[in-house]
Ligand binder design. Sequence first.
Ligand code: ATR
Length: 280
Amino acid sequence: MKKLYGVIGDPIGHSMSPDMHNDSFSALQIDAHYQPFHIKSEDLKTAVAGMKAIGLSGFNVTVPHKTAIMPLLDEIDPLAQAIGAVNTVVREENRFIGYNTDGEGFVRGLNEEYGSSVLDKKIAIIGAGGAARAIYYTLSQQGSIRVDIANRTPEKAEELKNRCPYPVETVLLSLEELEKQLGHYDILIQTTSIGMSPKVSETPISVANIRPDAFVSDIIYNPAETMIMKEAKKQGARVQNGLKMFVYQGALAFEKWTGVLPDPKRMQKIVEDKLGGTSC
Ligand code: ATR
C-alpha cells in the first residue's frame, strides 16, 4: 500500500517540501506520497491524533508548530529536546518520534560548501533565535571547538550558551564587538531575518573587517544573495545562502523515514526551479 508522508504548518501553501520529496520518491521508485496539511494551532492535538489514526508514516513540522508539537509525541530525540524544536516526526510501530534535522542539515551543507569539516574552525553566529539554537547545539554536539555568539539582545545569547548541553568554548559578543573582531573568525553564520524582505538592503553587522579567506553562511535563501553575502564577497570572502540547509534538512528527514538518503543535488534543482518561478 502507498505510504503517506506530509508537512504540517500554518501557513503551508508555499512549502517547497512536497515537490522536493515527491520527486525523490519517484526517482527512487518508492511507493509513497508527501502531502502538505494546513493545521491551525488550535487543531494541532487533534491533527496529531488523526495522523496516527490514519497511519501516516512520518511528517515534517514547520512554523508555528515546531515546539508546540513536542508534548504530543511519544518520544523526542535528545538533540531535538536540547534544541527545543522538532521538524521531523518518524513513525515506529504506533509511536511518533520527534527529531530535529535543521541543525544537522545546516552543518552538512556548510561542510560541503566549505570543502572540509568546519569543526576545528573559529565560528561566529549572528542571532540567538530558534535557527541559531539548532545550529549552535548541533555544532557543539558534533565537536566544534569554538563557536561565539553575537546578538542584539545579550540575555538571549546568554541563555543559549547556558543551556547548551554539549561542551564548546563560547564567547558572547555585542553586534558592535563582532564587527570590530571579525578578523578573528574563519566562518560567520547569519541566522537573523535581516536580508530577507522587507530588509533586503540591510545587514545585521558591517563586514568591512572580514578576512578575505573567511566564509559567510547565511541561512536565508530568498533572496538568493543577501546584502551581507554581497558585502562579504566584495572583501574577497566566500559565501553561501541557506538553500543547502533547506535541502539537507529535507534529505535527512527522508533518510529517517525510508533508510535511503535521496540525491541532494536533485532536491536542490527542484527548489531552485520553484524559487526561480517566484517574483522574489
Ligand atoms: P528564528 O526562529 O527564525 O531564528 P527568532 O527566534 O525570532 O527567529 O530569532 C530572530 C533572531 O534575529 C534573534 O536573534 C533576533 O535578535 P533578538 O534576540 O535581539 O530579538 C534577531 N533579529 C531580528 N531582527 C533584528 C534586527 N533588526 N537587528 C538585530 N537582530 C535582529
